[in-house]
Write a protein of this length. Structure first.
Length: 188
């Protein structure tokens, strides 16, 4: 239930731009997995377009370019990549949700608020690292990654965003974040 609500909310937020441009977008979609079979069409593409992510919390997004406007294609590909990365974050939260609720006797609403606060923080740390467009094939590809994530900032963000969290709970969340994000998220 929680997973479905979060995914619906995220899809609503990220697809709002898409829906307003629906009439100019192609009906058929393209996936990152389709890129490897398009090597001949995308012969001028850099190698990273056809490779799997090399670092954790790096995602790629791909989209068709509508009405020969590469910027709309890049925007849509970026939204697709962000959505993929947020799903990864959500899977991490689901993994620890029940344990957190049992250990600290917190409600589901509190854990939901914690998840939203962490998603919001991490969303501010997502940056586009590479882009590629091919107007002939009408394809835009974007690579995004987490940049500048800090555990101390997550702790401050949680204190400011979620009511009634005590220091032990925040320390536990920080420990889990450090374990899951590793070198991608520095301590300070």
């Amino acid at each position: 239930m929680f997973k479905r609500m979060v995914l619906i909310a995220l899809l609503g937020v990220f697809s709002s731009v898409s829906l307003s441009a629906k009439s100019i977008l192609r009906d058929d979609g393209i996936l990152v997995s389709d890129l490897k079979s398009m090597k001949s069409e995308l012969s001028d593409a850099p190698a990273w377009v056809f490779e799997d992510a090399k670092i954790p919390y790096e995602e790629m997004g791909v989209a068709y370019i509508p009405v020969s406007n590469k910027y709309l294609g890049i925007e849509q590909a970026t939204l697709n990549a962000k959505l993929s990365l947020i799903v990864v974050f959500h899977e991490i939260m689901i993994k620890y949700k029940k344990r957190f609720m049992e250990q600290f006797h917190e409600s589901e609403q509190t854990t939901t608020n914690i998840s939203y606060a962490i998603y919001n923080y991490l969303a501010t740390k997502i940056q586009v690292s590479d882009t590629y467009t091919n107007l002939k094939s009408e394809v835009a590809v974007v690579k995004i990654k987490l940049v500048g994530c800090q555990i101390e900032q997550i702790k401050r963000y949680l204190k400011a965003s979620v009511e009634n969290l005590n220091d032990n709970e925040i320390a536990y969340i920080a420990k889990v974040a450090q374990k899951e994000f590793g070198s991608v998220c520095a301590l300070r």
